[in-house]
Design a protein around this ligand. Structure first.
Ligand code: GAL
Ligand code: ZN
Length: 682
């Protein structure tokens, strides 16, 4: 039985996999031999193959030919490089779409997608599912006894380019999904969706269409949310069918997928079917080099919040480029540092995208470790250095989990999707969590992301920002956390929507009222905050609220921490705290914007007893701990453009240099130290 999904779950991988995505089908035999040798020199123990090679493996319907990959796998194995294979279903071949154009996805404008790029086939379509199973079954049967194939990736980035489909099959499948969800009762569905509004009452499940918002105007949010649930259900089923075949062929293989994208519940069956989740990571999409470090860290933490430690099947290794853009080129040391950041924050394996830059196709400028001309330059040297270091570090991180003191809630598909159905133009849950996380990150705390249903023990401070859709089942876990001494911070608008995505009848914060010890007496969207400024004053700081305000009415025993000033709100409660067991619940009646975090979070830090991850660490150095019963691995990563001096390091062995630490340490830009201490010592 695999351990339940949790941010604390470590993977069961026996090996730390280090390698890259590789496309032998793009290169000739001599180059492939040379590649295997250079990979081995770089310390690779694995490559990922074949996710876009269906045409090569099944050139005509039912005529399978795996000889090319047999040879490619053997060439790699000779140099000690093992293979992860992929089901190639993100790019079905032309014979399939010619014979069955009905599997092509149909977009929101009812335009069928064309053959000519990728992700063009509908993963809900029974015919496409049958083809997916056929190629998966054939691959599994062919490779099951190949000792060099050690694991699998399902498909490639499901829902990356496309998730909402409106093809004929999606209509039938959506109706069947609803029929099941509402136990065959159309009346139940009508009530759940509030179909009395705008004469939406249905008399039969088959009359319901996939919602195409704004055609002609606003769609029903309850209808939309069930459609997003359906998308997750359908893609999970698609993957499940592949996983079953792979597991039946060879139960020793480990299986992952490379996310993270919209409309997939990665805390649900989708990830339970896998050994571990994968997260692809391209930090250079963020054009600001400082924020890039912050957002890279957030994305790993968010990945961990879904299910625990992860594999990075694709990490950026050069500038990314497609026709309309070309990223900055990573400077010397940056690729290695980004990989260390992944390992620090929960990666149990890391692979780069991609071995070499291809000379053709839509991604001919998506640069890999090696450039177009196949000359080994500084990025190769850097990866090689990392490969040598990971020989020591890789095995050490397996079995550990990331230590978190201050966490923000993320990683709930329904919360995210519900927001998208009714946003008021406000930033969504992920964006708000990133803001809060960024403040803790910049201020040197051991920060992370945790779902409210997950294990919250040990967190000093837990922030639940603006989760309008809210499952009442989570209240108990939050109560337990607070009773045991935790500090919970609930942001405005939380728990205002029902499971069906309608509006709760209870006075806000509805199911959280008892825990928070207040009701919200008035709320409002601030569309022009400069014209009618509203300010919150807390101790000696004050901040302008600029997105949303709430006037709080505390219950007896709830303390007012801050009041409003401005307009008719002057003097009214804005932030409250309520003691509960050994802990407390703070309610913040505004949005936790960057300015609000800077003004409000310092007081909450002192209230909760939160301390920095490692005192005396200068700004720009990230400190992360991976821990197990036996040991702690302290990662110090210098993200700044200047040397950083850490006055006193933990005492232990630096696994990067393999030397004992003593006292102070100077880290050059992009440098990393990973100190291993044994339990009980620092
Ligand atoms: C990922 C994808 C890869 C490649 C890469 C660079 O999203 O999985 O196949 O396209 O991005 O764009
Ligand atoms: Zn479809």
């Amino acid at each position: 039985m695999p351990a339940p999904l949790s941010h604390r779950r470590s993977s069961k991988l026996a090996t730390f996999h280090f390698g890259a995505a590789y496309y032998p089908e793009h290169w000739d035999a001599a180059t492939r031999k040379d590649d295997a040798r250079n990979m081995a020199k770089a310390g690779f123990n694995v490559v990922r193959l074949a996710e876009f090679a269906w045409d090569r493996m099944e050139p005509q319907e039912g005529k399978f030919d795996f000889s090319f990959f047999d040879k490619a796998i053997a060439t790699l194995a000779k140099e000690g490089v093992q293979t992860l294979l992929c089901t190639p279903t993100a790019a079905p071949p032309r014979w399939l779409t010619l014979k069955h154009p009905e599997v092509l996805r149909i977009d929101v404008n009812l335009v069928p997608q064309q053959h000519g790029s990728r992700q063009h086939a509908c993963t809900t379509h029974p015919l496409f599912r049958a083809y997916s199973q056929k190629i998966t079954r054939a691959m599994a049967a062919h490779f099951k006894n190949n000792p060099h194939v050690v694991g699998w990736q399902t498909d490639n980035e499901l829902h990356c380019h496309f998730s909402e489909c409106h093809c004929a099959s999606c209509q039938t499948e959506f109706a069947a999904f609803l029929q099941e969800r509402y136990h065959g009762s159309i009346d139940k569905l009508n009530r759940a969706w509030g179909n009395a509004f705008w004469a939406l009452t249905y008399t039969d499940f088959t009359h319901i269409q996939t919602p195409r918002n704004q055609k002609p105007t606003h769609a029903n949010p309850a209808h939309q949310l069930d459609y997003y649930r359906f998308l997750s259900f359908a893609v999970t089923r698609f993957q499940h069918e592949q996983v079953e075949l792979l597991r039946a062929a060879n139960p020793v293989w480990f299986i992952f997928h490379n996310g993270l994208f919209g409309h997939i519940d990665y805390r649900g069956q989708f990830t339970k079917d896998l050994d571990l989740l994968g997260v692809d990571n391209y930090p250079f999409f963020d054009l600001d080099p400082v924020n890039r470090n912050r957002s890279q860290s957030f994305n790993f933490d968010r990945a961990r919040a879904w299910s625990g430690n992860f594999i990075v099947p694709e990490l950026q290794s050069g500038p990314g480029g497609q026709a309309p853009y070309f990223h900055d080129t990573p400077e010397p040391g940056e690729v290695r540092r980004m990989a260390y950041n992944a390992v620090a924050r929960g990666a149990d394996s890391v692979m780069f995208f991609r071995w070499r830059t291809c000379r053709f196709g839509a991604e001919e400028y998506w640069c890999g470790i090696i450039d177009h001309d196949n000359v080994l330059r500084r990025r190769y040297a850097e990866v090689k250095q990392l490969g040598a270091e990971l020989k020591r570090l890789g095995p050490e991180v397996l079995g550990t989990s990331v230590h978190v003191d201050a966490a923000v809630a993320t990683s709930d598909q329904i919360v995210n999707d519900s927001h998208s159905t009714y946003s008021f133009g406000l930033p969504g849950p992920t964006a708000m969590a990133e803001t809060v996380h960024g403040w803790f990150f910049d201020n040197g705390f051991a920060t992370g992301c945790v779902h409210p249903a997950d294990d919250l023990t040990g967190l000093k401070l837990y922030i639940l920002p603006h989760w309008a859709w809210f499952d009442p089942a989570w209240v108990k876990n939050l109560g337990k956390y607070v009773a045991a001494g935790g500090t919970l911070v609930v942001g405005a608008r939380t728990a205002t929507r029902t499971m069906e995505n309608n509006i709760t009848a209870a006075t806000i914060p509805g199911v959280l009222r008892k825990l928070c010890g207040l009701v919200v007496d008035e709320y409002g969207r601030q569309n022009n905050p400069a014209a009618r400024p509203l300010r919150i004053t807390l101790k000696d700081t004050s901040v302008l609220s600029n997105l949303w305000y709430e006037v709080l009415k505390p219950d007896k025993g709830t303390q007012v921490l801050a009041r409003w000033s401005g307009r008719h709100l002057t003097g009214k409660p804005a932030i409250t705290a309520r003691k509960f067991g050994k802990g407390r619940v703070v309610y913040v009646g505004t949005y936790l914007t960057k300015e609000a975090c800077a003004a409000l979070l310092p007081s909450l830090v002192s209230l909760s007893g939160l301390a920095p991850a490692w005192p005396g660490t200068p700004a720009g150095v990230q400190v992360v701990r991976r821990v197990s019963q036996e040991k702690t691995l302290w990662f110090f990563i210098n993200m700044a453009d200047r040397d950083a001096v850490i006055k006193k390091m933990p005492e232990g062995i630096d696994l990067v240099t393999n030397k004992k630490t003593a006292g102070a340490c100077t880290l050059a830009p992009n440098s990393v130290a990973v100190i291993k201490t044994v339990a009980g010592t620092i």
